[in-house]
Write a protein that binds this ligand. Structure first.
Ligand SMILES: *Cc1c(COP(=O)(O)O)cnc(C)c1O
Length: 403
């Protein structure tokens, strides 16, 4: 991701910023669309993972649809050229304003998350003399085997409609003439790496579509949601998620009827590896028990470690093996001695924000580091820049592109 030219370019720039490697993004999109096309599967990009304009334009150019979770995301998707016939709108709390916006935009489908929401969409559609396409987001009670903070498909979660409420759903669909039932929707969590989880999801989807069929509802769309994970520990050696295995599970275990469409909503797996948060060391604080690297980036730029206890690989770009070799060749004999022993230190890598949780990771082994060193926090393309905040009245984080 970083060659010497890239790092030299970083030296000239004000930190912190997100660095987007558009080659990595395109390589990932090629792998995903190649694998899904084999089975005729439809992929929507879950926009909330990253709505940086260049990222959106690149993803749109690969022909993906958009999965939105707010009215503004619906608007942005359409502005960035995602066809309205490929826009889906999920979310447990869609406001009337957002529903109206999506109705006006004639999106492909609302993924409805409660019986009450069905009635509201029906009323608002009726007022516009329209019919809204509906998929029912169902909570399948499948354990995603991921961090409990990012599990969404268990009975205890706020998302979706539980299966014991399906009779009410069927009644509502029959009594709401301004709703057009399209199919069923699921999304059980994020950063899922165990394919067995998706196999379990397929089994539940098969049962649930039978339930609808038995009651006379034609299920045209099976939307399995997203959640495919990435390798946060090996961004260079395992930089593209295993889309082949992922789609094959659904091909093998989902009961797809003739003419039925299978939809996916991937966020993280498409964008996570394409960006790193680049910052500089402001201060090195050496204590008795702890050494701290205080960076000029914090939870206001990347909140994942603080919000979900997420792991990110952290690298000192100014002290890489290859960099220090070059220094050794070009600079004085004294430097040669100090660079010969690969001195490493354990640091708590922290941000400047006035919160104790503002720590990217504890006890990180890094080459001995100094004020001004460039630090990369890898795999930050998903749920990174989009969650940036202005807390402490911080500057807005910048974005820099590989081209
Ligand atoms: C967030 C979200 C996704 C994408 O999840 P990833 O883990 O980023 O793939 C898909 N569908 C819905 C409804 C979501 O809320």
């Amino acid at each position: 991701m970083f060659n010497t030219n890239t790092i030299n370019r970083f030296q000239q720039l004000e930190t912190p910023f997100y660095y987007y490697d558009l080659d990595v993004l395109r390589k990932t999109l090629e792998a995903c669309t190649g694998a899904s096309a084999k089975y005729g599967f439809h992929v929507h990009y879950a926009m909330k993972a990253n709505f940086n304009p260049k990222v959106l334009d690149t993803i749109q150019s690969f022909g993906l649809g958009a999965d939105c979770v707010s009215g503004n995301e619906v608007k942005a998707a359409i502005e960035h050229g995602f066809g309205k016939e490929k826009v889906v709108f999920a979310g447990v709390g869609k406001s009337d304003k957002e529903i109206n916006l999506a109705l006006d935009a004639d999106i492909f489908c609302f993924n409805a998350e409660s019986v009450q929401e069905l009635h509201i969409i029906n009323d608002l559609a009726k007022a516009k003399n329209k019919k809204a396409n509906i998929a029912i987001r169902i909570n399948p009670n499948v354990d995603a085997h991921t961090h409990h903070f990012i599990t969404t498909g268990l009975d205890e979660n706020k998302f979706g409609i539980n299966t014991w409420q399906l009779t009410d759903v069927a009644d509502a669909l029959r009594n709401c003439p301004n709703l057009q039932f399209l199919g069923i929707h699921f999304h059980i969590g994020s950063q899922i790496t165990d394919m067995e989880v998706y196999k379990n999801l397929c089994t539940r989807i098969n049962e649930i579509q039978d339930w609808f069929n038995d009651r006379g509802f034609e299920v045209k769309v099976l939307n399995t949601g997203g959640g495919l994970g990435v390798d946060y520990h090996n961004p260079d050696t395992n930089g593209v998620s295993d889309f082949e295995s992922y789609f094959k599970v659904f091909k093998d275990f989902l009961n797809v009827k003739p003419g039925q469409e299978v939809h996916f909503e991937l966020g993280r797996a498409l964008v996570a590896q394409s960006a790193a948060l680049i910052s500089r060391v402001l201060y090195v604080k050496n204590g008795i028990k702890k050494n701290f690297l205080v960076l000029d980036a914090g939870m206001t730029e990347l909140i994942r470690p603080m919000l979900y206890q997420a792991y990110h690989q952290i690298e000192n770009l100014s002290r890489r093996e290859s960099e220090s070799l070059e220094v050794r060749k070009s600079e004085s004999k004294e430097l040669e001695v100090s660079h010969h022993s690969p001195l490493t230190t354990h640091y708590d890598v922290v941000g400047p924000i006035c919160e104790s949780t503002d720590c990217f990771r504890k006890d990180v082994e890094l080459p001995q580091s100094f004020r001004g060193d460039l630090i990369a926090i890898r795999t930050s393309g998903a749920y990174g820049e989009v969650m940036a905040s202005g807390y402490n009245l911080r500057d807005r984080v910048g974005s820099v592109y590989s081209e």
